[in-house]
Ligand binder design. Sequence first.
Ligand SMILES: [Zn+2]
Length: 88
Amino acid sequence: MDIAIRILIALAMALVFYLIAVRIVRVMMAPPPPDEPDVSQLKPVDYRYRCMVCGTEVTMTASPEADAPDAPRHCREDMAPVAVAPRP
Ligand SMILES: [Zn+2]
């Protein structure tokens, strides 16, 4: 194989390894989430979500955002909001 091509491949691989290392370091340097949520900011809500993969349902009773909080995740997928049925 031509020596120039081999050097080019080596440089490309070095660049790939460098970018992977930078990404790993960046993930490890990310600040951890805050220890305690600010409970005084929570508003009572009543949202239901269903996991579209396994069917698990959860009810959300408090959220820092009163309307349309981010859906929780289950089975690595966002859960789908479910219309709340009136309870007997
Ligand atoms: Zn699930």
